[in-house]
Design a protein around this ligand. Sequence first.
Ligand code: GLV
Ligand code: MG
Length: 335
Amino acid sequence: MKTPRAYWKPLAIGAPEPFRDLPVKLERMIHFVPPHNEKVRAKLPELAKTVDVVLGNLEDAIAADQKEAARKGFIELATSVDLGRAGLWTRINCLNSPWMLDDVTEIVAAAGDRLDVIMLPKVEGPWDIHYLDQLLAQLEARHKLTKPILIHAILETAEGVKNVEAIATASPRMHGMSLGPADLAASRGMKTTRVGGGHPDYAVLSDANGDAPRTAFQQDLWHYTVGKMVDACLAAGIKPFYGPFGDFSDAAACEAQFRNAFLMGCVGAWSLHPSQIDIAKRVFSPDPAEVKFAARIIDAMPDGTGAVMIDGKMQDDATWKQAKVIVDLARQVAS
Ligand code: GLV
Ligand code: MG
């Protein structure tokens, strides 16, 4: 059997098309499930019809005494549940945990041919990706797998953010990256107790104007990191994702956070609760009015060059390219 390196082209950094070396798949929501929960597993065939990706979570939120049951449950899920068109991912435990090695070796042995992507938490630098890359190459050869398992990194430590560009280009297996705001907040010493989202105290005040009341404008705590992650991912031809939003009772704030990420270039987010599936589907599919306008730009400039006015707004080669991103995504959603 060929090794993954023999049948995966190296990334051509600087090539013009985003995501050029990845299978083209819609991954608007990565839906997390606890795989050791039988009731959840029983509902998966139905649930899978509504999501792009099902992820069996083995890491945080799974108690230490449930780790083995979760791993076994994931293998059961992978080998016996029909997920239709939905992708199958797992989030393994981090590299310096006592569970990671068994997570990878047991899952690849039993269900490697069903697994699309391994999400690796707490990635600090390219060395973490190299380790998993080589381990997977060995296991794929041993178990005669015919397609490589991809790696998705969670960006959730200060060290990881510092090394984000090297992580993005660490291996041809790199699928993408998700922001992990909860662990990142802890790693950075941020003074919060939240899983993603804003904070009422992270705000700027409108200018003082005599006795007039001043307004506090809340800011996006994650803007800097999402921007840095999107640039690193797109420059490497891999996919950026917003991660989790922990306040399930605040659908509006979840939607706003996902939408910021979408507008900045992210292609999806995690759904940790069924109510977040539709939010992610709505946000990470392009708005029909935007698609119509983008299609008008493309029609008005068939070869993508020059300048035209549409509804009083100048369009040129650069807006044509923006329009193509939106129209291509709309086609993908429709297919
Ligand atoms: C996700 O893993 C996070 O830490 O936010
Ligand atoms: Mg985390």
